[in-house]
Design a protein. Structure first.
Length: 436
């Protein structure tokens, strides 16, 4: 989630161009193929344009729940057999969910491409959604929530930030959702959600690796061509009013002993130029131990045990969250004062040419690394098609970063990172015991 702090040594990297071919099936499914003869593996992946933002306010957690539920089995894959088939054929698989999309993938030796395509078509065409599967995964998700959120120190920061910084957009709830909502949901509701969103025309299929293009197209038609088109979905647009005065909130966490400062700013869609400028600003301020905030507040002034930031780039809006753990007698307010001083410097003065070049090197390195493995290429192809609407960005997005000027960095910081445009969250210890 946080931007990598890795720097290139000895100059800027040059990325190998990612070649790809794309087309549509008659049922509306978009297909992207990338042949890499040097990779003895093949990735079969499907990204669905459904995430937490597509849920109803009283039925949150559905998209993440389906990330688990759609491994339960299909008409031709018995319950409990999915993972066995994958591993016995030398593969690995996984899935992940965000507020905007859900992504499933398998990585097999290249001679098992047909198997991967068949499995993903099975998941889409006729998954088994029954009560035993729902009940089983309900317990799995509850345990995940307990482990990663409720019983984890500082585990609910994102949940509290989102519910305070978004008022009308479905981003206001966390991706894992509410366990009460999942408990209340009926089997018919889960089946309806599946029928609505997990369709060929609401997805993109990416096949990447050592493949024969002609043979791959034949198999894709064989396994996906007959899947019926789903309903045409029209995404609801939610518009948030600008934040014009500081939002203040407090949250008591029974799992911590040291209070944490959390300052969060709402940022624009990741598709915008401003969002990319903010990514550079985030890296400059808070990306690792060489960043301005870490060097000043942790290294030099010894005011904090930790200073960092998380940038959330999302389809409709994003968030930039700065956090800090004060050391000794220092307070969260004192940390905030130091942070604001550094932000004010960016808003007033141009960053140095040296720092600017360092940022460019950092982002060049990230760009190269994101396309270094076939798994990363597959996910990037799906992401740029589905969420950005432009697959070509897999090769050209770095040019956008190169075109950003120091003046833009100053102006965008001035536009978005002001004290009256943020949430200040006091994340403090609680005397109550952790809830299970």
């Amino acid at each position: 989630m946080a931007l990598s702090a890795a720097l290139l040594l000895g100059g800027i990297a040059s990325a190998q161009k990612v070649d790809f071919e794309e087309y549509n099936l008659d049922n509306g499914m978009h297909v992207i193929l990338h042949n890499d003869p040097s990779a003895p593996v093949v990735v079969t992946s499907v990204m669905y344009h459904v995430g937490a933002k597509d849920e109803k306010p009283d039925r949150t957690g559905f998209a993440h729940f389906f990330e688990h539920l759609l491994f339960e089995g299909t008409a031709n894959i018995k319950r409990g057999e999915w993972m066995k088939i994958v591993t016995s054929n030398g593969g690995v698989n996984n899935a992940n969910t965000t507020d905007d999309r859900t992504y499933y993938y398998e990585v097999f030796p290249s001679n098992n491409l047909e198997l991967g395509l068949w499995m993903e078509s099975e998941r889409m065409m006729h998954p088994i959604i029954n009560q035993i599967g729902v009940d089983t995964q309900n317990e799995v998700v509850k345990e995940e929530k307990r482990t990663n959120f409720d019983n984890r120190p500082y585990g609910n920061i994102l949940t509290v930030v989102k519910e305070n910084i978004f008022k009308v957009h479905p981003y206001r709830w966390n991706t894992i959702g509410s366990m009460k909502d999942l408990d209340a949901a009926t089997l018919e509701e889960f089946r309806a959600f599946n029928k609505k969103f997990y369709t060929p025309n609401n997805s993109v299929l990416v096949v990447a690796g050592q493949i024969d293009i002609a043979q791959t197209k034949e198999w894709i038609q064989k396994y996906f061509g007959a899947i019926p088109k789903g309903e045409t979905l029209k995404k609801q647009i939610f518009v948030e009013e600008p934040i014009t005065q500081t939002i203040k909130a407090t949250y008591q966490d029974p799992n911590i002993q040291i209070p944490m400062l959390v300052a969060s700013y709402r940022t624009p869609s990741m598709k915008t130029r401003d969002a990319r400028v903010l990514n550079l600003i985030s890296s400059y301020l808070s990306d690792g131990k060489s960043s301005k905030l870490y060097k000043k507040i942790v290294d030099q002034k010894k005011m904090a045990l930790q200073i960092g930031a998380v940038g959330f780039s999302q389809e409709d809006y994003g968030m930039y969250i700065i956090y800090g753990l004060p050391m000794g007698t220092f307070t969260t307010n004192e940390l905030l004062k130091e942070i604001d001083e550094e932000i004010a410097k960016i808003q007033t003065d141009l960053i140095s040419e040296k720092d600017y070049q360092k940022l460019q090197n950092t982002f060049d390195n990230q760009f190269v690394n994101s396309n270094a493995a076939v798994e990363g290429i597959a996910e990037n192809l799906a992401k740029f098609y589905m969420l950005y609407g432009d697959v070509k960005l897999i090769n050209s997005e770095i040019d956008l970063y190169h075109s950003i000027t120091r003046e833009e960095i100053r102006d965008v910081a001035k536009k978005y990172l002001n004290p009256n445009q943020r949430l200040i969250l006091d994340y403090v210890p609680s005397t109550e015991k952790a809830q299970n």
